[in-house]
Design a protein around this ligand. Structure first.
Ligand SMILES: Nc1ncnc2c1ncn2[C@@H]1O[C@H](COP(=O)(O)OP(=O)(O)OP(=O)(O)O)[C@@H](O)[C@H]1O
Ligand SMILES: [Mg+2]
Length: 382
């Protein structure tokens, strides 16, 4: 995105900070110097643990909180500036909002719930009726137009909330864990539909969740937050495959970690670096070692379980292979999970499980240098 596009982005957040005061007077930086742009039609997912500031960030964008510092623009227009004392109220920012609680009105039919945002804007009746009908069909609940929320399932109620969001045709929708109250199966269904709708209608979204799978499934870009700050921004593959820190690696899924010392490059082969650890020497592709890491540094080598193989025979040169004992095999449907013991360290592997292995069997744990990554052992201090 160029500087010019950024100014015109549907949402552009710069240096945003929000402090709260707890009842004993202690200050909390719920959002701490966050900058973020959301492109046209882009789905940006804010992911992070409970209390990291996701909801606060979203509420600032929505206009439900007054930020302590920083600026928020929408399509080039300043909607919030702490420094200049600008605070455009939520209803005049033009964002759609969909939050965790269904927030549909129980005393109104589905049709009236969905038409409400247009009624408030005093649109003509015929136009409201036509748009409501169209949008109910889009979200797949046209047949429920006359029902009341109490007669609907959780998933159906969330569709009503989504239809009500879409009816005013916003170019940005803010979502705060909108699917967390519906059960797993419906949740996945709604998630897929939300994506399809987003591609069809073209709205941009800021979607808050603490669910890593949900985040990577729907995001064009993931923003990982920790303690009010941005820990990493990237496309889902990048944050999963190339996490910037141990925190991001661990938050995006299961990970094996071995802490050790980075060694001097070995001889002529500059394509591989070696880390000495308690489980043995680990060869890692040089490109997967961060620029700033030098010989003698304490580092962590990480591997996703799907990058850890189990073999009855010793692997060839070039791979890392450690003698191990298979402790547990778990059938997980799409894959088999193996827990292994390597010199008293537990290693986790996931795969198709083609070889029949016995618990207690002596095997080799096999990893490829290109699949491993080296990260600083210590998290950067705030
Ligand atoms: N109104 C408030 N007054 C004081 N502190 C607040 C207020 N709202 C939020 N906080 C604090 O700000 C921090 C961030 O809260 P926030 O609700 O943004 O987290 P979150 O990432 O959305 O968490 P969750 O995943 O649990 O919803 C927390 O430490 C919270 O206690
Ligand atoms: Mg929250």
């Amino acid at each position: 995105m160029t500087e010019a596009d950024r100014g015109d982005a549907p949402v552009s957040v710069a240096g945003l900070t929000k402090h709260f005061r707890r009842h004993r007077g202690e200050r909390v930086a719920a959002v701490d110097d966050v900058s973020l742009d959301v492109g046209r039609g882009e789905m940006v997912v804010i992911l992070g643990p409970s209390g990291c500031g996701k909801t606060t960030l979203l509420r600032c964008v929505a206009g439900l909180e007054v930020p302590t510092g920083g600026e928020i623009r929408s399509n080039g227009r300043v909607v919030s500036s702490a420094e200049r004392g600008v605070h455009v109220p939520p209803e005049r920012r033009g964002f759609g909002m969909m939050f965790q609680s269904y927030a549909v009105w129980p005393h109104m039919s589905v049709r009236r719930n969905v038409g409400y945002p247009l009624a408030v804007r005093r649109r003509p009746r015929a136009e409201i009726a036509a748009r409501v009908e169209r949008i109910l069909d889009v979200v797949g609940i046209g047949h429920l137009a006359g029902e009341y929320p109490a007669q609907l399932s959780g998933g159906q109620q969330q569709r009503v909330a989504l239809a009500r969001c879409l009816v005013a045709d916003p170019d940005v929708i803010l979502f705060d864990e909108p699917l967390s109250n519906v059960d797993a199966k419906i949740r996945e269904e709604l998630r897929v539909e939300l994506l399809t709708m987003q591609q069809r209608i073209g709205f941009a979204g800021v979607f808050v969740t603490h669910d890593q799978e949900e985040a990577t499934a729907i995001a064009d870009r993931v923003v990982v937050m920790k303690d009010g700050r941005v820990a990493q921004v990237g496309d889902p593959r990048e944050v999963y495959r190339a996490p910037a820190s141990r925190f991001v690696a661990g938050f995006l899924g299961v990970v094996n970690e071995w802490v050790g010392t980075l060694r001097e490059p070995d001889g002529a082969d500059r394509s591989v670096r070696v880390v000495s650890t308690d489980v043995g020497d680990i060869r890692v592709a040089a490109g997967n070692v961060p620029e700033g890491a030098g010989p003698g540094d304490t580092v962590a080598v990480i591997a996703r379980p799907e990058d850890v193989g189990v073999s009855a025979t010793a692997p060839g040169n070039g791979s890392n292979g450690w003698p191990a004992t298979l402790t547990t095999e778990t059938f997980r449907g799409p894959y088999i999970e193996h827990f292994l013991d390597v010199k008293g360290h537990r290693v986790r592997s996931r795969g198709a499980g083609r070889d029949r292995l016995r618990e207690g069997q002596a095997v080799f744990v096999v990893t490829e240098p290109a699949d491993l990554r080296v990260l600083a052992a210590k998290e950067a201090a705030r």
